[in-house]
Design a protein around this ligand. Sequence first.
Ligand SMILES: [Zn+2]
Length: 46
Amino acid sequence: MKESNVKIVCEDCGKEAPIDHKKSTENWIAYKDKCECGGKTVPKMI
Ligand SMILES: [Zn+2]
């Protein structure tokens, strides 16, 4: 499978979403749906 060119970033500050270590697995990285600034994190094509 091809690596997707999607990045999870904050809608407000544009920072990459923090990794949710509780939900992440060895093969899959889960990102939190809220940035540390309180903004919503959304998928963005890069
Ligand atoms: Zn933010």
